[in-house]
Structures are given as structure tokens and as C-alpha cells.
Design a protein around this ligand. Sequence first.
Ligand code: FES
Length: 128
Amino acid sequence: MSNTATTPRFPPYERHVFICMNERPPGNPRGDCKSKGAEAVLNRFKELVDGLKLKPRIRAQKSGCLDTCEAGISVVVYPEAVWYKRVTLADVDEIVQSHLVSGVPVERLRMHPRPTSVSGPVKPIGNA
Ligand code: FES
């Protein structure tokens, strides 16, 4: 018996992007992603996801603190769990085209080294 007509797809997105939008009071030693320009980064992700008609396969949304503040603006992409550091507005188009659409993470922006057990690109999205 199949109930696929009533069961939401899981996971609901092929890729899910979280952009830290946390804000702290000025002078806080940890800093925060919002004061580094996270709102413009988030808006560009959303603009590209909309413009490239990637919805609903890809979702980009704000998050709270990802606890990697010193490396912010912090961005993480699931399901691959690729964390990006010091993301600027100038990096967003490359992350979208290379990683979100084509399945090739942007190595120069990775927060953590790529595991040596992994080779080749990750899975491109459905009709890329
Ligand atoms: S403020 Fe962005 S990771 Fe903590």
C-alpha cells in the first residue's frame, strides 16, 4: 500500500542553506555575522534561488548563531554539511552555481577541510 500522495517528500529540500543572521551589541568580542553584512548575503541567496527557479528544491534561510562567529559570515549547506567561512556578497553567486546547482562545493571557502575519503562532486540537483 502506498500513501505517497499524502506523505510530504523527505527531506523536503534537495539542498538547505542556512545563513547566520545573528546580531550582538557593538563591541562584543565574538562579533556577529549581521554586522559583517549577512543580510545582503542572505538576500542574494534568496534572489538567486528565486531567479533561477530553484524553489522548492532548494531553500535558503536565515539562522541564528552557528557558533562559528569568528569565521563569519557563516553559511552551512545540507545535506552535505558543508560549512563556509567569511562568506561575502561577492561569493554568493559562485556558491549557488557551483554547489547548489552543480554539486561542487567551493573549496576555497570551506570552513573545514574536505574529508580525504570523499572524492568527486556531490549530487547535482534534480534537473541541473
Ligand atoms: S554570529 Fe554568526 S556564527 Fe555566530
